[in-house]
Design a protein around this ligand. Structure first.
Ligand code: ADP
Ligand code: MG
Length: 676
């Protein structure tokens, strides 16, 4: 069972099944000291009276337990027949209080005779282990795990070989492995536990960083990148004569960072993060002009046809009068149009090709492709996409642009071998979007507000969740919503788009909304990515509780693109879980994409962030957390980077321990996600 459920095969593996919490068994409570339902308590007292209440499934045993001053109810729903309760003897009752009928009680407490309890076992912190349902069914609960692991402690005390070199432990003040493992399971005290956790977390993060940085070094050595050192007429002419507005400082900085890559002689693999509306397109264009100045072509890939068209429009507008040659290639490009286009590309007569991913990746040949820019690919899967290009003999530079800010810790791990640039500043003059959270009950006043906005000439998005595009009931919701809007806004024209529509039909509806011919767009999240309709000033999100934070932030980013004050209205039902309430509160409180990404990471955990599985990491994390151990991660990265600077291939004998451990970890990569 251990083997199957925890993938544990050896005693050493078992020592790496860490407790998820500890309970202080040295403290005894008085009943009147109980003040919450979070803290486990143990109480010394006597049973005064008990009886069985109800029958059948609802049957329970209720006992009155007193510490002499006060009393509390103990309740059992199961195993009643096995209870042998005695009067007039002292017990230790242990458990987590709950609050029921305006008073505390303890459901299924652990009840031990005081006379039978060994005081030694009531010292210090007691470890508790996560166990699966299967394990519990086989009596392998946390208590049993504790016993098994306790039995390993005497052997462990003899000492086991360390997995971190002594020099490293000394430099970072880390305790040795033996003591760390002893104290992670049966901590001497809080301080010892802290040291143990720190060491074990550091180790985990350190080996991940060592693995990632080693890959980075290898890539740097292998892949020679195109040299693009020149800043020539294309860039300068545009910069000095055609720039529609001065660059923000963040845009300037990012362009410089990219420029440094282009003249490094190594292939660029860079992630450009910038919140919605931060002006990534302009950066992309400037970089493409640098490529042109060095004799290279650029392709800019967008995830949807709508977006590709939009890019074509804005970029060709900005390039008017510059002589830079651009072209568009999408699913709607006819075969007849494609042939000359392909030829022009081969002949180097096109400087910038804009299109959707699919087309460009497959068939198109370039005369001299030097730079690939991937836009709005805010699914994390993009890391793989960027790597695709590294397989070519002469890989172009790759710039991936995303509007979903990735917390630094995640960028350093999942994205560890991509460089990251950040546009952390919006162009001046934007009015922050006002976000409001309402329950469905407020629909009438919301409709009144929407009517006002429409009368002022604005347009409105209404978005419904559609997690899997084939979910029938979701589609019904959407269609009902469409009809509802038609009924309640009889003077308005309403469009509807969803993923089940044909691309062409979808595009028509989108375009009509974009041209202002319809006032209301009822849609699923197909509009989430990148659509730009500056006149739209309200985003209504229906069933907002069903969206994740970063998705809500993306949706909100569809408004606030013009000069008008914009609004995002989050509609939920009245009863909300704690997490949902938190999500709504964060959305209302901030427009800052980075704060939202951090909160998302903390609420959901990194394994859950859109598309990132923990498998994005070279090894699983058992104890360190990407959401809370950022500082330790920086230290670990530092340590790994120092070692690799001195010994890039880890060939020195003092580093053989590291090589062995990396090897062991790779073979051992445990799928921890299977544990419930
Ligand atoms: P995103 O980063 O979301 O792709 P865009 O590139 O679409 O953002 O830019 C959003 C809007 O901001 C566009 O209308 C663009 O013209 C404008 N913009 C970009 N850079 C600047 C700037 N430096 N000053 C003023 N407006 C800018
Ligand atoms: Mg964009």
């Amino acid at each position: 069972m251990l083997k199957k459920e925890l993938k544990v095969q050896t005693a050493l593996d078992l020592l790496y099944v860490f407790p998820y919490k500890y309970i202080d068994r040295s403290r005894f409570y008085r009943i009147r000291e109980i003040e919450d339902t979070e803290t486990y308590v143990q109480i010394i007292g006597e049973l005064r009276d008990w009886h069985i209440i109800g029958a059948g499934r609802g049957q329970r045993l209720s006992a009155e337990f007193t510490d002499g001053d006060d009393s509390i109810e103990l309740v059992w729903f199961k195993g009643i027949q096995y209870l042998k309760l005695q009067r007039g003897v002292k017990y230790i009752a242990f458990g987590k209080p709950s609050y029921y009928n305006h008073q505390y009680n303890i459901v299924h407490p652990e009840l031990e005779l005081l006379s039978k309890v060994n005081p030694e076992t009531r010292k210090g912190l007691e470890p508790h282990y996560n166990t699966s349902g299967e394990m519990k069914a086989g009596w392998l609960n946390s208590k049993a795990m504790r016993k098994i692991i306790a039995a390993l402690m005497p052997d462990l005390k003899q000492g086991i070989p360390d997995t971190l070199p002594l020099a490293l432990r000394e430099q970072y003040h880390l305790t040795d492995l033996t003591n760390s493992l002893l104290n992670i399971h049966f901590p001497k005290d809080q301080a010892a536990l802290r040291k143990a956790r720190e060491r074990l977390k550091f180790e985990e993060l350190f080996y991940i960083q060592l693995q990632i940085l080693r890959q980075v070094k290898r890539r740097e050595q292998q892949a020679g990148g195109f040299l693009m050192p020149r800043v020539g007429t294309a860039f300068n002419d545009f910069y000095f004569h055609h720039l529609p507005f001065p660059l923000t400082n963040a845009q300037k900085r990012v362009v410089k960072e990219i420029q440094a890559d282009l003249k490094s002689g190594r292939q660029m693999n860079r992630l450009l993060q910038g919140d919605v509306g931060s002006g990534k397109t302009l950066v992309a264009l400037l970089v493409a002009l640098l490529a042109k100045d060095n004799g290279f072509q650029t392709c800019i890939m967008a995830p949807t046809e709508i977006l590709a068209n939009q890019h074509m429009e804005t970029i060709s507008h900005m390039l008017e009068g510059t002589g830079v040659r651009i072209a568009l290639l999408t699913g709607s490009t006819t075969k007849k149009q494609r042939e000359p286009l392909h030829e022009a590309l081969m002949a180097g007569q096109i400087d910038i090709l804009i299109g959707t991913h699919a087309l460009i990746e497959d068939t198109v040949q370039f005369g001299n492709l030097g730079l690939v820019i991937v836009d709005e690919q805010h699914r994390f899967g993009v890391a793989q996409r960027a790597k695709l290009w590294t397989k070519n003999i002469n890989p172009p530079h790759v710039l991936v642009m995303t509007a979903t800010p990735i917390p630094r810790t995640l960028a350093m791990t999942v994205y560890g071998d991509l460089s990251v640039s950040v546009i952390d500043e919006l162009p001046p003059g934007r009015k922050p979007i006002q976000t409001l959270h309402y329950t469905q009950l407020r629909r009438d006043s919301i409709n009144r507000f929407l009517r006002e906005q429409i009368q002022q000439g604005r347009q409105i998005y209404v978005v419904y969740p559609l997690i899997e595009e084939n979910k029938k009931s979701d589609l019904v919701d959407l269609e009902n919503g469409y009809r509802y809007m038609q009924e309640h806004f009889p003077d308005c024209r309403v469009s509807m788009v969803h993923g089940k529509m044909k691309a062409k039909e979808k595009d028509e509806h989108m375009q009509r909304f974009a041209r202002g011919e319809t006032q209301i767009l009822v849609a699923t999240t197909v509009i989430e990515v990148g659509v730009n309709v500056p006149n739209a000033s309200v985003m209504v999100v229906e069933n907002a509780e069903r969206f994740g934070l970063s998705q809500l932030h993306q949706l909100r980013g569809r408004v606030g693109r013009g000069a008008e004050q914009s609004y995002c209205i989050l509609l939920t039902r009245t009863e909300l879980s704690k997490d949902t309430r938190k999500r709504m509160d964060i959305m209302v409180a901030t427009n800052d994409g980075f704060r939202i990404a951090e909160a998302d990471l903390q609420l959901r955990g990194p394994g859950d962030l859109e598309g990132t599985q923990q498998s994005g990491l070279p090894f699983e994390l058992k104890i360190a957390s990407l959401s809370t151990d950022g500082q330790l991660l920086e230290l670990a990265r530092h340590a790994a980077s120092d070692i690799l600077d001195e010994d890039p291939e880890l060939q020195m004998s003092k580093n053989s321990l590291l090589v062995n451990q990396l090897h062991r970890l790779k073979q051992h990569a445990v799928d921890w996600s299977t544990i419930s």
